[in-house]
Design a protein around this ligand. Structure first.
Ligand SMILES: *Cc1c(COP(=O)(O)O)cnc(C)c1O
Length: 373
């Protein structure tokens, strides 16, 4: 059996350090924020090359706080991609604003910058690109458009820990970056977690206050805040995992390279890794016709796959909007029908990758490419 992700393998590899770090928090009784979280924040700010990083209780809360800190509120519009996890749109809605979607570039599955300007109105306040699957969105044109129209850029980097665009880490290219440490993410807590990163001291101050009841000093509630604090145990777990994140990321990239090569030999298109980017392969996404049948066939052979995502956001019931009917974003809608996520985690063995590709080749019935000899 080849699982889609394997969190147990990772825990086994670092169990003594994790267990000791958790016990440290139990003994300190700093269960909410505290030293373990502060230490992690310092490490994470250095890792993302930002001045400030704040531990938050989830990636969704991080997005919500980033929007509020940027001044997004009722009646505003935020431009984002139609093809993302629902939390991106949910956070915009929590802030009282309306998500306005644009279609994707079918090569990268990311927001197509060429479609942003047509979506800008007098109400537009921010652009929220998502670095989907760990591949950075095309940030140069996004930033250029944002500066020209005086819009704030909030990166949804929930899948892009350590990803780089032209040598710069995701989460530091826009005005504010948001990360998720949900257990299955490239950097995963042992529970819920998230972070906000920024170089802007005003945004930093507001995020720090909002996550803890809008107070800089206890009971001085200057802003209407939230209970969005990171737990001490999560800070401690993440602190341990930061020692390994680069090695794990390189292991994912090596696995992806192996997939790329074998899929190429099998005549199946590998997901394009665009130039000037460090793709961190949160998801290794291929496209297949007749996906349900292919996925079933793989499951029968003990190979577990995922779909990210079966519906673009504008075709979910919750976020349907008459402005964006079915057919509004053909590339996103097609991706939702074709995308198949292959097993991907740092501990994935090369021989497992060979097995996945062999099974995929059979399931898609693509004849073997003739080698010249
Ligand atoms: C996981 C994810 C989120 C939400 O993060 P949580 O920590 O689960 O709240 C937001 N956006 C994207 C793109 C994600 O993948």
């Amino acid at each position: 059996m080849i699982p889609f992700v394997d969190l147990k393998a990772q825990y086994r590899a670092i169990k003594p350090e994790i267990d000791a770090a958790i016990i440290g928090v139990l003994e300190s009784t700093q269960f909410v924020l505290g030293k373990a979280v502060e230490d992690f924040e310092k490490t994470y700010a250095a890792y993302t090359q930002t001045k400030y990083a704040f531990g938050i209780n989830s990636g969704t809360s991080a997005l919500h706080l980033a929007l509020l800190a940027a001044g997004v509120g009722r009646g505003d519009e935020v431009i984002t991609t139609a093809f993302t996890f629902v939390a991106t749109a949910a956070a915009i809605d929590y802030a009282g604003a309306t998500p306005v979607y644009v279609d994707i570039d079918p090569r990268s599955f990311n927001m197509d910058p060429a479609r942003i300007e047509a979506a800008i109105t007098k109400r537009t306040k921010a652009i929220m690109p998502v670095h989907l699957y760990g591949q950075p969105a095309d940030m140069d044109p996004i930033m250029e458009i944002a500066r020209r129209h005086k819009l704030v850029v909030i990166e949804d980097a929930a899948q892009a820990h350590g990803a780089e665009y032209k040598g710069r880490r995701c989460g530091t290219i826009g005005d504010i970056g948001c990360f998720s440490f949900y257990p299955g993410k490239n950097l995963g807590a042992y529970g819920e977690g998230g972070a906000v990163t920024t170089n802007n001291p005003d945004y930093a101050k507001t995020v720090k206050m909002l996550r803890d009841w809008g107070a800089e000093r206890k009971y001085h509630h200057d802003l209407k805040g939230f209970n969005y604090r990171m737990e001490g145990i999560q800070g401690a777990v993440l602190g341990v995992k930061m020692r390994y994140i680069e090695a794990w990321t390189e292991a994912r990239r090596a696995a992806a390279k192996h997939y790329d090569r074998l899929l190429g030999q099998a005549g199946i298109a590998a997901p394009p890794a665009l130039p000037d980017r460090r793709h961190v392969y949160h998801v290794y996404a291929v496209r297949v016709a007749d996906r349900a049948r292919v996925q079933d066939t793989l499951t029968q052979r003990g190979i577990h796959t995922g779909i990210h995502y079966p519906f673009p956001v504008h075709l979910t019931k919750a976020y349907a909007d008459p402005r964006f009917p079915s057919g509004a974003f053909p590339h996103a809608e097609r991706a939702a029908q074709e995308e198949l996520s292959l097993p991907m985690y740092p501990e994935l063995a090369l021989k497992d990758i060979e097995q996945v590709v062999a099974a995929l080749r059979q399931a898609t019935a693509v004849p073997l490419k003739k080698t010249a000899s």
